[in-house]
Write a protein that binds this ligand. Sequence first.
Ligand SMILES: NC(=O)C1=CN([C@@H]2O[C@H](COP(=O)(O)OP(=O)(O)OC[C@H]3O[C@@H](n4cnc5c(N)ncnc54)[C@H](O)[C@@H]3O)[C@@H](O)[C@H]2O)C=CC1
Ligand SMILES: O=C(O)C(=O)COP(=O)(O)O
Length: 526
Amino acid sequence: MAKVLVSDPIDQAGIDILSQVATVDVKIGLTPEQFVQAIPEYDALMIRSGSRITREIIEAGHQLKIIGRAGVGVDNVDVPAATRQGIVVVNSPEGNTIAAAEHAIAMMLALSRYIPDANASVKRGEWDRKTFVGAEVYKKTLGVVGLGKIGSHVATAAKAMGMKLLAYDPFISTERAEQLGCRLVEVDILLQEADYITLHIPKTPETTHLINAEALAKMKPNARIINCARGGIIDEAALAEALKAGKIAGAALDVFEEEPLKESPLRALGKEIILTPHLGASTTEAQVNVAIDVAEQIRDVLLGLPARSAVNIPGLSPDILEELRPYMQLAETLGNLVGQLAGGRVDLLNVKLQGELATNKSQPLVVAALKGLLSQALRERVNYVNASVEAKERGIRIIETRDAAIRDYAGSLHLSAKGSMGEHSVTGALLGDGEIRITNIDEFPINIPPSSHMLFTLHRDMPGIIGKLGSLLGSFNVNIASMQVGRKIVRGDAVMVLSLDDPLPDGILTEITKVAGIRDAYTVTL
Ligand SMILES: NC(=O)C1=CN([C@@H]2O[C@H](COP(=O)(O)OP(=O)(O)OC[C@H]3O[C@@H](n4cnc5c(N)ncnc54)[C@H](O)[C@@H]3O)[C@@H](O)[C@H]2O)C=CC1
Ligand SMILES: O=C(O)C(=O)COP(=O)(O)O
């Protein structure tokens, strides 16, 4: 039975789903060293933001097939390392959207009315109504940085409270922003004009310290900033300075440069700052949503099915995959075949998607062809997750072309590869029942199903060759399952393709090329 390690608290609903297909161990608070020690025996890992999954941990995970993040942000996972290792990384892109958006709104209102400090003072036995005179958000301007799922929900709620909206998001259209009642502006305008700023962007090299001393200096003295996105988008030292000096009016932070928050000048500030311990996703509803969403994906991947929200297999959504599934096998087989014909060290792969395959949706077929091409070198180490990265690292150039013209088959795939044995090409298609047919080799028409052991020869089309080859194979006790000759003109060049019941013994290829008229011979194992 498969084994799953759960290293952060997740809802029982998720554990129940995982338990259908695996033994589940919940181990919370592992040190990096303990993680490296524990991980080799696990097939899957389920985490939240509390676990940092480094390259060392990933490389020690020899059995690991999937890392499931029960939430949105995967910045605590070394995704490139996982990709290289062929480990699929999945998340729950929508399960906690509402929880995080409501936390941002709660922070904005709590900050405006000093609710946390007022509450603490009453609990201390005081009745101080002067210190806690707040501000209204009605008719104020809210600047939303990042108008994605959470940012959009915050914008909608803020609009309903009578706020004016600005948004900064270089990847969102003006129309989308307008639909949400936001004026799309450059970041500097947002910083200068907003009374409230709320961050809803991922942490990336571009967004790290987006809010630094310079940005804080552009903000209004009455401005308040909320970060329920990721620690490190705000420079905490610069923020503490700006608040202390009264350059801005307040900040509410749910996320920190280092979590848990250690010694920090932020703790010393007064009612102008609110700090929560990364609670954005901490609602019962969100935790059930993300646990189910991610546990289902882990279960599916362990059962050999595709994941619906993989962050490192672009374009491979289950519905597209379902449509393409029969063709994926075709692409993989042809990739494997052409890679062997071209002889290792391939530096160029041309993929031509023909007929009904000539659409953008067919992109996964290119990945499948690469997987097949690399399978001789990498065996089971190559999969849909790492095939593109491995190909890039090996310097394989990929040229993709599409030709919508329908020929003999509704859809067909033509691959040509340049390697140490020159340039070779194959074409393949599917029959009505989904069976694979190789329809062309090196531009010679044939029609043969692939088989485990195959022999290809390039020869002169003349009487007697087929007989001689048959006898030669017989003398080596090799049984021929099927055979076909493809030629363009009578008595010109031709290819012979044989499906064999047995692998070819060593040395026989040289004997084959000694047969008069046979110029070249290749074996292929599929
Ligand atoms: N505090 C918490 O517990 C939670 C935090 N989060 C965090 O909230 C953030 C937003 O999550 P979602 O809305 O679900 O993501 P999303 O992917 O739907 O939206 C992110 C938006 O940021 C925009 N963006 C990317 N780079 C940008 C840049 N350089 N400048 C401006 N905009 C940029 C994107 O175009 C996108 O519209 C993520 O960092 C996520 O990890 C999410 C859930 C809970
Ligand atoms: O989903 C996210 O990005 C979050 O930040 C939520 O984090 P958590 O799962 O509560 O540790």
